[in-house]
Design a protein around this ligand. Structure first.
Ligand code: ADP
Length: 498
């Protein structure tokens, strides 16, 4: 039976997961690695450590599941996006620490570009907003700040890659320098309409084309892994983590949406063959390219999702563990008019207010821990509903269902409230390892383990469907209360400057 190995290289850990051809999970291994914060706002990873932990988990999962390397039909890669590595093509050595997506060191430079009115051009070409988050300014920083880097780059001696490229390079013993379209679309250098690195953007960020990887489809053989003794294994699927999760949820048709409820929430909507320009500062991104067909997505995120539960646990200390919140919240029928707006780090789409801070509304003499716990869970659902409203407005596509994954989806109360607020089904799959599963699906398709996308539908199984049960009138009252709470939160932040 063919086995597929998914490498899931995340922000805090590297993982390796094995799937069989029925989509069943055969084994998982995980290793955390170190986060480096050399200055306020800076976040770095050691690219060597990323590779070492990734390779160690690969070896561990094979040993644990007793799988011989030659049984692996294909390797799929999914990765933390935007994180930037530059290495020397001769020695294979990174010339600087990897600059992580969270790193803000280039924020001031982004502000300068914004003042020059560059943002609309960037949005038009790349689907992204001008932000330090994406790779271009990180790459420019390395080329400008590391002594000799510019010279080496112009001699063609340097290679740039996001983490997928770095892993491909290591897995192929330095013979392949490539990325996939979904990762390329997070760099601010890739034109998502022409599907090429964009010369105008390269000039704008002063990036020599010689450092760039070759851009490949998300499914299909990119190279051969030769680093595992005893086998040559095709690397046949690559996608950034959120895009892989969209694929892993089999949101393969236009209008299908997934939301991942982790520390923050990440929502992506498949918009088919059209890259939709958002009026709400959502991102347009490439979901994947398969068999010559490019699929696009709209993407939005909630900054504080499951993190509000951690806040109740770690700061307010009203629960001992995250799952405890469900039992506590279930002791009351509703929040009884209490709202938490967890704008701890500002508000994202559709409000975009960096100055907003968290707020608690509607307290009465009878408010207790349970109401606050319930309001905290509700706030995750309200913020997700706001995102979905933006997406539907931008895409003009009505949605039928929401597919969910991530740690907080274990919470049935939250999932039911989400269905009630959206008025659509919320569907939780059996295997919630959707990111790794997406990479495995792409890789399996790439080598013919599955013959087409239709045959994948058999691999994705529902665990539970949450049906909307709240009358529309009641839903509207709740949503109105939330909107008032957000409005008041923003007003409070605005008053600060008067
Ligand atoms: P990440 O990948 O961002 O680390 P995970 O998918 O592992 O996140 O999910 C962890 C998040 O989910 C944490 O913020 C935690 O507070 C929250 N969480 C975990 N279990 C529950 C639960 N039963 N109810 C609500 N939130 C939960």
């Amino acid at each position: 039976m063919p086995v597929i190995l998914a490498l899931d290289q995340g922000t805090t850990s590297s993982r390796s997961i094995l799937f069989d051809e029925k989509g069943a999970l055969l084994g998982v291994a995980q290793k955390e690695f170190k986060q480096h914060y050399p200055q306020p706002g800076w976040v770095e990873h050691d690219a060597h450590e990323i590779w070492e932990t990734q390779f160690a988990t690969l070896a561990e999962v094979l040993a644990k599941a007793r799988i011989e390397p030659h049984h692996i039909a294909a390797i799929g890669i999914t990765n933390q996006r935007e994180t930037t590595v530059v290495w020397d093509r001769h020695s294979g050595e990174p010339i600087a620490p990897a600059i992580v997506w969270q790193d803000r060191r280039t924020a001031a430079y982004c502000d300068q570009l914004r003042q020059q009115g560059i943002a609309p051009l960037l949005q038009e070409k790349t689907g992204l907003i001008l932000d330090a988050y994406f790779s271009a300014t990180k790459l420019k920083w390395i080329l400008d700040q590391i002594p000799g880097a510019r010279q080496k780059a112009s001699n063609g001696e340097l290679a740039f890659g996001t983490i997928d490229s770095w892993l491909i390079y290591k897995l192929t013993k330095g013979t392949v320098h490539a990325t996939d379209v979904s990762n390329a679309s997070r760099t601010l250098l890739f034109n998502i309409h022409t599907l090429q690195w964009d010369p105008e953007l390269l000039a704008l960020f002063d990036i020599p084309a010689s450092v760039l990887p070759v851009v490949k489809p998300s499914s299909g053989i990119i190279g051969e892994c030769t680093i595992i003794p005893g086998a040559r294994i095709p690397i046949a699927g690559v996608a950034g983590d959120q895009q892989a999760a969209l694929f892993g949820q089999l949101c393969t048709e236009e209008g299908m949406v997934k939301n991942t409820y982790g520390t923050g929430c990440f929502m992506l909507m498949n918009t088919g063959e059209q890259a939709i320009r958002s009026n709400n500062q959502l991102l347009s991104t490439i979901a994947w390219q398969i068999d010559g067909k490019t699929t696009y997505a709209l993407e939005g995120s909630v900054f504080i999702g499951g993190a509000v539960v951690q806040w109740l646990r770690d700061e307010l200390k009203v629960i001992n563990s995250a799952p405890d919140i469900e039992k506590l919240a279930a002791t009351v029928k509703s929040s009884e008019g209490v709202y938490i707006v967890p704008a701890f780090a500002g508000l994202g789409a559709p409000y975009w207010n960096a100055h907003a801070r968290g707020a608690l509304f509607g307290l009465t003499r009878g408010t207790n821990h349970a109401h606050i716990a319930r309001a905290a869970l509700d706030s995750i659902a309200y913020q997700s509903a706001d995102l979905l409203t933006c997406m539907q407005a931008d895409a003009k596509i009505p949605i039928r269902e929401l597919r969910v994954d991530g740690g907080a989806t274990a919470n049935d109360l939250l999932m039911q409230f989400q269905a009630d607020l959206l008025g659509c089904q919320v569907i939780r799959p059996v295997i919630t390892e959707t990111t790794a599963m997406g990479a495995a699906f792409l890789a399996g398709l790439g080598v013919g383990v599955w013959k087409d996308q239709a045959s994948l539908t058999l691999q994705w199984k529902r665990d539970r469907v949450f049906e909307p049960a709240l009358p529309v009138a009641e839903r509207n009252i709740l949503l109105k209360g939330w909107q008032r709470a957000v409005k008041a939160t923003i007003a409070w932040a605005a008053d600060q400057s008067t």
